[in-house]
Design a protein around this ligand. Structure first.
Ligand code: URA
Length: 484
């Protein structure tokens, strides 16, 4: 049996080199195995190998054999799975790839099914980590820092840490896990040794605020206990301050559905308030807080009280897309699905928009997509939440955020979808059907164009009208493309 030694449980490069050497030396999968240095005693990420990581490594020159990119992508993820036999599974697939170059496409093959299953588990673990890490605030010699303890189902710390860098760029934070720790000091990301729950603080003042916030954003009309437990498995509950409230909230949900509209508005998350306070001279938003990045802006919106729409919305939904996008598309306000997902245009209107953009040759990935109003305005009807058009004072209150998005992204062209977006972008009432498809010069040097809102296309009762209106919509998008 040939034993290849790896530096750590997530040593992808080490596995790749060792596996290539074993393959070139003709060592069959059943005669090869991989060990992590220090395993048994459970060496972690930071152990050093005590011997050469690959006993078959030599100075042989590389006789190439290449593997499909799909295999490399799958292998990178599978390595993060906690199963002990993951290295062997990958080596078996690697071995087979020489004679079966299309193996990765055979989704009924046992090894491929197994590998893809592990990729899914890893991806789910990373997703759960994004959703369920809860920071607690402590003081250290440099001031306030945030610390979280988390036990991921798979070894996804390094894979997932960049998400927290993007999300909490302006904060100093540490995430401690049994596999290793991640540290962000506001400028660079570093990894350190495994930690234990005792290393993380277990209470702080934010917790009570957070619980209040969660209790008031918990929407009993949409309660699906099974889905909720699937999404928020019990293994993560112990780290979530708000989880303590769940049994109580579930029990009270029938009563709360009745009184939901009259329920008190959410107390803001204390962390966000503190963040805003850092930017604010006298506690008033408009005065001192000028978001310095889109991330900053996203945080700020969660604490916005410029109008009352935050009261019944799940969260504020900001724009998303490249911060250097030359095209900004402005919609009206998030809908039901956007409100839940926290992302613009992901529901039915988003699908119409995506398809029309694709037809006009515009890649949504290149576009900054946002809304005139950042909170979902609606009224309950049974268990449904029916869209309500925002009024002029809500549009004008929220224009403050849109203007900051425009300042930060500096798009060359702004496409306004429908009357609300046109009012927010042009600061005047617009007759959409009369003015659509015309370039309009804006004071900041950008060019605006207006067109109908995609939900208008969805509402048209008549098939022929739908077809011709959709074609007109795509033509407007093509004109936008020409402007770009
Ligand atoms: N409609 C909008 O105007 N914006 C969204 O994000 C979704 C639907």
């Amino acid at each position: 049996m040939r034993v290849a030694q790896l530096v750590s449980e997530t040593d992808f490069d080490g596995w790749r080199l060792a596996a290539r050497d074993l393959r070139l030396a003709g060592i069959r999968p059943e005669d090869a195995t991989f060990r992590v240095a220090g395993a048994e005693g459970q060496g972690g990420l930071f152990d050093t190998p005590t011997e050469d990581r690959s006993p078959v490594r030599d100075e042989r020159k590389e006789e190439g054999f290449s593997v499909p990119k799909a295999f490399v992508d799958v292998a990178r993820e599978v390595i993060l799975h906690r199963s002990a036999d993951r290295f062997d599974l990958l080596y078996r697939i690697l071995w087979r790839l020489r004679d079966e170059p299309d193996l990765m496409k055979v989704v009924s093959d046992r090894d491929i099914v197994d590998a893809l299953d592990r990729v899914r588990n890893v991806s789910r673990a990373s997703h759960k980590m994004k959703a369920f890490v809860r920071f607690r605030f402590v003081e250290d010699e440099n001031g306030e820092t945030a610390v979280a303890w988390f036990e991921p189902a798979h070894r996804v710390l390094e894979k997932t840490a960049p998400f927290f860098v993007n999300r909490f760029t302006t904060m100093r934070w540490s995430i401690l896990t049994p596999d290793g720790s991640a540290f962000w000091d506001g400028a660079s990301l570093a990894f350190g040794p495994p930690a234990s729950a005792a290393d993380a603080p277990d209470e702080d003042a934010v917790e009570e605020f957070w619980k209040t916030y969660y209790a008031s954003t918990f929407n009993p009309a949409r309660l699906k206990t099974k889905t909720m437990q699937g999404e928020m498995p019990k293994r993560y509950w112990k780290n979530l301050p708000e989880a303590a409230l769940i049994p109580e909230l579930v029990a009270a949900s029938a009563v709360r559905t009745e009184t939901m509209v009259a329920a008190p508005h959410p107390a803001p998350n204390a962390r966000l308030l503190r963040e805003i306070a850092r930017h604010t001279r006298d506690g008033s938003f408009e005065e001192g807080f000028s978001p310095s990045s889109l991330d900053d802006l996203r945080h700020g919106v969660q604490a916005c009280r410029r109008c009352d729409l935050y009261r019944d919305a799940t969260q504020g939904v900001c724009g998303e897309g490249p911060k250097t996008a030359s095209l900004m598309i402005v919609g009206e306000q998030p809908g039901d699905q956007e409100d839940l997902a926290g992302r613009p245009f992901v529901g039915p209107a988003g699908q119409v928009l995506d398809a029309a953009l694709a037809e006009a040759g515009i890649d949504r990935e290149d576009v900054f997509v946002t809304n005139a109003v950042k909170h979902f305005k609606h009224e309950p009807q049974g268990k449904r939440r029916l869209h309500k058009t925002p009024n002029t004072s809500e549009i004008s209150a929220c224009r403050w955020w849109l203007d900051h998005e425009r300042r930060l992204v500096r798009p060359k062209v702004i496409l306004a979808l429908g009357a609300t977006a046109s009012l927010a972008v042009l600061n005047r009432k617009v007759a959409v059907t009369r003015e659509r498809g015309q370039p309009i010069a804006l004071a900041d040097g950008a060019t605006a164009m207006i067109t109908v809102h995609p939900s208008y296309l969805l509402r048209l009762p008549d098939e022929a009208a739908r077809i011709s209106e959709r074609a007109a919509f795509v033509r407007d998008l093509q004109k936008v493309r020409a402007l770009l």
